[in-house]
Design a protein around this ligand. Structure first.
Ligand code: RET
Length: 229
């Protein structure tokens, strides 16, 4: 079985997810459009990446003769910081802290890509640097984002999304380590399938949780306003 089949299915899944999330524009108030657009942009970018990957565009060979789909890292480099940005904007964190967490998230992906391309022992240096940078991202979300969210009623949603992100995103380095770019214990067909599945769940799932959280927060605040009248 060819891994590009999983990428074709991935493209279809992402496209459906994008359509469902785009419908959310009809539900959220106009003043939240910019923040909401981040949620729709993420699977939309992935549709492009998956279509091109299924056509084998951007396929690279590593120093250890493993195959890397370069566009997967381009996708992650754009979309994971976008989700971190959403968390920061939702919490109302400072620009400085949001900026640092975005840089660390981009660093995670860049180091992971570099590690994928080179041979050991440098490979593991790249992996470790990526893992450290990712810990930094988690650190910002549990310190500065958390504190900012306390003040403005978004704490419950922030915590829910953060738990989702931390648990699901931690599977990526595990797959990376098992895949041909890491220890080579898993074939690219399997790692490609697992990552396509994880990508859909993380990208569309995050959007759906955020949408439903935003809607229930609104209902709650409208209810309070009505009660106050
Ligand atoms: C790498 C290897 C280096 C160490 C770490 C990694 C983490 C990758 C992550 C990817 C998340 C991707 C998502 C895509 C879809 O939305 C680069 C595998 C920590 C966290 C969420």
């Amino acid at each position: 079985m060819d891994v590009t089949l999983w990428y074709r299915l991935g493209a279809i899944g992402m496209a459906l997810g994008t359509l469902v999330l785009a419908y959310g524009f009809r539900l959220v108030p106009r003043e939240n459009y910019r923040r909401y657009a981040v949620l729709v942009a993420v699977p939309l970018i992935a549709v492009g990446a998956y279509v091109l990957m299924s056509l084998e565009v951007g396929v690279l060979e590593t120093q250890t003769d493993a195959t890397v789909f370069g566009l997967r890292y381009v996708d992650w480099l754009l979309t994971t910081p976008l989700h971190v940005l959403y968390l920061g904007l939702l919490a109302g964190a400072s620009r400085g802290d949001i900026g640092k967490s975005l840089a660390l998230m981009a660093g995670t992906i860049v180091f992971g890509f570099a590690g994928a391309m080179v041979a050991p022992p440098l490979k593991w240096v790249g992996f470790a640097a990526g893992a450290l940078a990712f810990l930094g991202v988690v650190y910002y979300t549990v310190t500065s984002f958390e504190q900012a969210a306390r003040g403005n009623g978004t704490l419950a949603l922030l915590r829910k999304l953060r738990a989702f992100v931390v648990v699901l995103w931690l599977i990526y380095p595990v797959i990376w380590m098992l895949a041909p770019v890491g220890l080579g214990l898993m074939q690219i067909n399997t790692s490609g399938l697992v990552v396509a599945y994880l990508d859909i769940v993380s990208k569309v799932g995050f959007g759906l949780i955020a949408l439903s959280g935003q809607l229930s927060a609104e209902t709650a605040s409208t209810a309070t306003e009505v009660a106050a009248d």
